[in-house]
Design a binder for this molecule. Sequence first.
Ligand SMILES: C[S@@+](CC[C@H](N)C(=O)[O-])C[C@H]1O[C@@H](n2cnc3c(N)ncnc32)[C@H](O)[C@@H]1O
Length: 278
Amino acid sequence: MKTRRETVLEQYRDSANLGARAALHERYSTNPHPWFRWVFDQLDLPDDTRVLELGCGPGILWVENLDRVPDGWCVTLTDLSAGMLEEARGKLHEGLNHGAFQVADAQDLPYDDSAFDAVIASHMLYHVPNRQRALREIARVLVPGGRLYAATNGAGNLDRLRVLKRTYFPQYAATEEESRLEGFALENGTAQLRQVFSDVVLRRYRDALVVTETEPLVAYVRSTMFAQAAQRELPPREFEGILGALRRDLDEELARHGAIRIAKEMGLFIATTDVTRA
Ligand SMILES: C[S@@+](CC[C@H](N)C(=O)[O-])C[C@H]1O[C@@H](n2cnc3c(N)ncnc32)[C@H](O)[C@@H]1O
């Protein structure tokens, strides 16, 4: 049985799995203002800010906003996965004026107290086993009055895709479902952040997917942790047979309705450390 850390590192060895999911969002999202542009809009920060990103993945937030990063920002990108960080470095080391790249676990940050003015944790806190420890680490490396920007999903996000996972891989979906419910979501994030930060606000991003092709949906399901657990454990023919059944059912549904609509629930918490902290 793999530990949670091993499973996360396997899933995020490089950006292939994340990329399959990002491709679905890029192609079929209904909001014309893309997610990462919207996240950047929320960073209301001065021109000389020191920014730390945790779990940066392949650095897409920065790739998609390079045209508006102020020259005076010092940006430190970190991830638990060395493979992800190398991809981010490859894409960004020339584009970011003052960019640094370092492998780091959010639960144990290799930085001095008050080293940053802002920390970004986008779609990553739900992967961190000891989240309170990570939140205390984030508050420690932030200056008093510094801000954490933490993006995550709501419980109903991509509901239709979860139904597909449960239907086609019932024995593997259960564990994922349990970890999602106890994780860091739009519904329970405020309470978790308030244990460490003095002020917490939530901003929601309105969006949905209207998907008109089968293959990107199959690629999405195939890229998830639970489908990969199934692929490891089932005989290859059985695994491919399940994906074949999924493909046929989606083809039928698209032939009948022309498109599959999938709800999205995404948002960003902005949490501020106590200005009077000693
Ligand atoms: C869903 S991806 C999000 C990537 C990127 N932030 C984005 O919004 O597209 C989650 C990332 O968090 C990283 N991660 C998971 N656990 C972590 C931890 N304890 N500390 C730092 N990074 C972690 C993974 O390696 C992965 O790159």
